[in-house]
Design a protein around this ligand. Structure first.
Ligand code: ACO
Length: 448
């Protein structure tokens, strides 16, 4: 198979959200902490009728329908998620009724889990399958689905929720340059979920930021080395039009991109001009440990990176800023934002993606954009996703209501024998929702 990559994308996020400015005031945080400090505008969340299964049912059925893909044409279905509703039964199996109906049960793949990285693992499984000798000519389908919720405290504003479905196959408009992947995997306790009775993670916020940046540096080095070996020249950020990051909150994305620019400065990349060199020179002798602690370096590199950030990163920040951290779906929601903002102008260009999952696992990889025919053209992907309309038609909740919903969800997590309020008034037609969980913990869904 040639030009293997992403053929089609559909994104779903709940119609329910809270403004960060409102949450900030309610939490008693200083004004600007969530909006400027974390760089977030708004946060999406599931109410009691939605969860990672209903969101992925919605995303998958909508993708198949809107791109006119017959469920029989899917040969592999992989799910990435870190939201555990069952310790054995995969989310993938909950999606099978869509395919069983058309008589297709010959579909490989199950779930992949490691914090926010599971979606990337699922995606690579599908790409590798299509490129392998076990490929049977059908499409792969990847679903990233998560509901990110935190206990009350400093991490709560970094929640979010979404599901993304991506169709994988040959002759794609988004082609993977798989030779250049750079990964970094290590053992860390930065963010983890050891309490199986709670949906909330245990999180060492400061450590998680440093782990993220260390993984980024390491992936970038490996990526650059592989690029140099294969292309015979140095890679710098000048060699890609766009950079897309896993986005726990936007401020970390700003810092991450600045870090790449600092790496390029250390590697003496030619686009770094004299003025930038002068600004960054005082930091060239820092050890790498010192460099993660230096506030002055952070400031100086963000200053140097600013114009490049505006051109190469900003177009991918829309959905993550509006919906929040969607865990496995975050990086692909950022990628969807790039397609939403730039669609067919991307043809011939390159984007570099950085996927990070705590614990930790991370990969930097590269894609190129191609012109292909309807329905898999970039402009059709943009139109199917319909991002502006989906963002516009959301309903803002007051903080008291949000907190109340979080409390209901805490009780419902791991519970059996309950019926939801079945209030679908805010859901768009075609959205799946949870109706009840019976005495055997079996979950039941319906479609609006
Ligand atoms: N106006 C403007 N900026 C402000 C204000 C204000 N009034 N108040 C604070 N800030 C800034 C701070 O200076 C800081 O910015 P800086 O990092 O550039 O210095 C930022 O807002 C955040 O403030 P902190 O005091 O550092 O925030 P706190 O420690 O309370 O929480 C954290 C932030 C750690 C990110 C927390 O939300 C968290 O733990 N989130 C979950 C962990 C996470 O997302 N990790 C990322 C990688 S792992 C993953 O993807 C899950």
């Amino acid at each position: 198979a040639k030009n293997v990559g992403i053929l089609a994308i559909e994104i779903y996020f709940p119609p329910t959200c809270i403004q960060q400015e409102v949450l900030e005031a309610h939490d008693g945080a200083s004004k600007g902490k969530y909006t400027i400090g974390l760089g977030q505008d708004c946060m999406g969340f599931c109410t009691e009728v939605e969860d990672v299964i209903s969101m992925s049912l919605t995303a998958v059925s909508s993708l198949l329908e809107k791109y006119g893909v017959d469920p029989k044409q899917i040969g592999r279905l992989e799910v990435g998620s870190e939201t555990v509703l069952d310790k054995s039964k995969s989310i993938k199996t909950f999606l099978m009724p869509i395919f069983e109906k058309s008589g297709n049960t010959d579909i490989e793949g199950v779930d992949s889990t490691n914090a926010c990285y599971g979606g990337t693992a699922a995606l690579f499984n599908c790409i590798n399958w299509v490129e392998s000798s076990s490929w049977d000519g059908r499409y792969g389908l990847v679903v990233c689905t998560d509901s990110a919720v935190y206990a009350e405290g400093p991490a709560r504003p970094t929640g979010g929720a979404a599901a993304i479905a991506m169709l994988i196959g040959p002759n794609a408009p988004i082609v993977f340059e798989s030779k250049f992947r750079g990964s970094h995997m290590a053992h860390a306790y930065d963010f983890y979920k050891p309490n199986l009775a709670s949906e909330y993670p245990v999180v060492d916020g400061k450590l998680s930021q440093t782990c993220y940046l260390m993984a980024l540096d390491s992936c970038y080095k490996t990526f650059c080395n592989k690029y140099k070996k294969l292309e015979g020249k140095q890679f710098s950020i000048a060699d890609a039009e766009y950079f897309v990051f896993h986005s726990p909150y936007n401020k970390l994305v700003q810092k991450s991109f600045a870090r790449l620019v600092f790496n390029d400065f250390v590697r003496n990349a030619s686009y770094i001009d004299e003025a930038a060199k002068e600004k960054l020179a005082p930091f060239s002798s820092l050890t790498s440990d010192e460099s993660y602690q230096s506030r002055d370096l952070e400031k100086a590199s963000q200053q140097v990176a600013k114009p490049f950030y505006d051109a190469k990163v900003k177009p991918s920040t829309l959905i993550p800023k509006q919906v929040g951290n969607m865990y496995t779906a975050s990086i692909y929601a950022a990628f969807a934002s790039l397609i939403h903002n730039k669609n067919s102008t991307l043809v011939g260009q390159r984007a570099i993606l950085f996927s990070y999952g705590s614990g930790l696992s991370a990969t930097m990889f590269s894609v190129r954009f191609n012109e292909v025919q309807h329905p898999f053209s970039l402009s059709n992907i943009e139109s199917v996703m319909n991002v502006s309309e989906k963002l516009k038609s959301r309903h803002e909740f007051p903080p008291e209501k949000f907190v109340e919903i979080m409390q209901v969800m805490e009780h419902r997590y791991g519970a059996k024998d309950f019926v939801t309020n079945k209030d679908t008034s805010l859901l768009a037609p075609g959205t799946y929702f949870l109706t009840h969980v019976d005495s055997m913990y079996r979950r039941f869904y319906s479609k609006k």
